[in-house]
Design a protein around this ligand. Sequence first.
Ligand code: HXC
Length: 261
Amino acid sequence: TQAEPLVLSRRSDSGKVQILTLNRPKALNALSTPLFDVLNVELEKADADPEVRAIVLTGGDKVFAAGADIKEMKDKTFSEAYSTNFLGSWAKLATIKKPIVGAVAGYALGGGCELALMTDILVASEKATFGQPEITLGIIPGGGGTQRLVKTIGKARAMDLTLTNRKITGKEAYDWGLAARLVPADQSVTEEAVKIAEGIAGFGALAAQAGKEAVNAAGELPLSEGLRFERRLFQALFATADQKEGMAAFAEKRKPTWKHE
Ligand code: HXC
């Protein structure tokens, strides 16, 4: 019998949202290298497909991911890790142009928390558990956690998670600004994430791409450069059909029909 794919990929009913589900339930979706290879292929396919306007990344409604695969890592030597650039493939997700909505229920630990941090809009269940337990294994976060947590929730809280193995709930993650939306424990985070992604998919694709690019630039650029970058992108959108359509539709009191060009 064929092995179950490590990442399930399906299209939403509207055909505009690609839903990627981490699928190693028996290992609590531990993020192995083979799983990441499949995830990266699916992300690239979705990014390249003009029908797809937004992506949902979920672990399902029980667990997001309990971290990088400890059994895969445990015997690795430095030279193996270094020569293969171990975990380097995780960087792919941050290069995807289309908006990615993350949906976290259950554990988002270690690399799972870091993966969640790489999504653009994070939806958390009240019953989610976020944490960076790497210190309990004699390592530190390696998927961007130390850097992205500081930018997202500040140094004090990032240090607390990294050094004490403190776990926080979905509610705390929401209150701290790590998650953008909070979903009651009895509701599906995946369904909520798909709704949000469908909303984005209902707008012009170029504006969505530009909005994501501009917000992300804030993490990289000094303010004056970020403001210049934003203004240039803003001005550039006046060359698009969607800007003409969006503003004409407003003036004519009708719904816009986006051309995505
Ligand atoms: C490999 C894992 C795993 C992981 C769970 N499993 N987490 N396998 N890597 N990260 C496996 C278990 O070995 C077990 O397999 C099965 O999933 C179910 O897990 P249990 O431990 O039996 O479940 P439970 O008692 O409910 O405890 C849940 C848990 C615990 C608290 C989440 O599994 C746990 O502490 N996991 C490790 C969390 C962690 O330390 N994450 C950080 C990893 S380091 P078997 O075969 O026994 O049934 C990391 C570094 C990132 O992420 C670096 C850069 C990205």
